[in-house]
Design a protein around this ligand. Structure first.
Ligand code: PLP
Length: 360
């Protein structure tokens, strides 16, 4: 990224001279790298400021064009999807919310019932950001397609952690965020299925015709370059990381459950991405536990919802009791983590929980 802040300062839209051409070539390479991560074509990738912008683009741009008024979403969508959908409700759209099982997997029978009435757009994330539970997007998309609807898939937590293949998922739109795969913050993209006529989606940001006329505004070249490189690296490390992180998480879970069998690990029976672990310690304040875990960078619930005292909508949808839902700790394992760090983390967790449980 560094040269694109200073030495290579061209604007990728100014391709009448070599500085612009240099920046344009860097953006093209990044587009190829991101496309390759999800088995897409570079021309179907549109860079944005992040996944939130990409979701807003699809949800507001699409519905405004078609004038149909029913949208379906799962009860566990991230606020980046949930909030723009809620805004549609305020302007007269009808919203259907599809529940999940106790393990946090979208309920396909319920989806089928919702689809008795046609929907225009249906949203299902590939991986939930709180539980790490993988969602059956292929099956969901098939149901929605059968009713003539379009599918938006939030793949932010999946990309770089498990294989994401747009040819298999069956979605029409897919959103990614750079910083979830070790790229810089403030970059992301929207992938649009080439089968969907792009002209059916109005730009969210109109302007100078960048991104083939679909997203106005000069691109943040260093961030885009970093996003591309991060996509390339995470693709290379995917299999190795999957195996390592799955093993590490298993060790943490087994340590916790061996000593404190009352601990509830949310979504444990479901298929989950390797590095995410969300657990509740009945009757004990997660905030107090966090204070005891000073050496660990962990959070209560998701980063976006921590600080909010309401139980997360995800755990509510999974019918987790309020007391447990308010007292969750989420551990996310990053790829550089080492064996000895996992050992230390287990020891820290055990002594912190023991301290919390001791009567003195
Ligand atoms: N979707 C999910 C599942 C996320 O976890 C996040 C960020 O935490 C987003 C969307 C929003 O991504 P961005 O920060 O790039 O807007």
């Amino acid at each position: 990224m560094l040269p694109y802040f200073s030495q290579k300062f061209g604007n990728p839209s100014s391709i009448t001279h070599r500085f612009g051409l240099e920046a344009d070539a860097a953006v093209s390479l990044a587009r190829e790298q991101v496309a390759s991560l999800i088995n897409a074509k570079p021309e179907d990738i549109f860079f944005t400021s992040g996944a939130t912008e990409a979701a807003n683009w699809v949800i507001s741009g699409l519905c405004a064009v078609k004038g149909r008024n029913r949208v379906l979403l799962s009860a566990i969508e991230h606020a980046a999807v949930r909030e723009p959908v809620n805004r549609l409700a305020a302007s007269g759209f009808r919203i259907g919310t599809c529940g999940v099982t106790l393990q946090g997997v979208v309920n396909l029978t319920e989806a089928q019932n919702h689809l008795l009435e046609p929907v225009h757009l249906a949203c299902l994330m590939r991986v939930n950001n709180e539980t790490g539970v993988i969602q059956p997007v292929m099956e969901f998309a098939e149901l929605v397609k059968g009713r003539g609807g379009l599918v938006l898939c939030d793949a932010v937590q999946a990309a770089g952690k498990i294989q994401v293949d747009v040819k298999k998922l069956g979605a029409d739109f897919l959103i990614l965020s750079s910083h979830k795969l070790y790229g810089p913050k403030g970059a992301g993209c929207l992938w649009i299925n080439p089968k969907f006529k792009k002209s059916g989606l109005k730009p969210l940001i109109s302007g100078g015709g960048q991104e083939s006329g679909f997203r106005g505004g000069t691109l943040n070249v260093p961030a885009v370059v970093g996003f591309g490189k991060a996509a390339e690296l995470s693709q290379k490390r995917l299999t190795e990381n999957e195996i390592r992180l799955r093993e590490f998480r298993k060790r943490i879970e087994e340590t916790l459950l061996t000593h404190f069998p009352e601990i509830c690990i949310h979504g444990r029976e479901a298929d989950r991405i390797p590095g995410t672990l969300l657990f509740s310690l009945g009757g004990h304040r997660a905030g107090r536990l966090l204070k005891e875990l000073k050496g660990l960078a962990v959070s209560t619930g998701s980063a976006c919802a921590s600080g909010n005292r309401e139980p997360s909508p995800v755990l509510k949808a999974m019918k987790v009791a309020d007391d447990l839902a308010r007292n969750t700790i989420r551990i996310s394992l990053g790829h550089p983590i080492t064996d000895s760090e996992i050992r230390d983390a287990c020891e820290l967790l055990l002594s912190a929980i023991r301290k919390l449980k001791s009567p003195h």
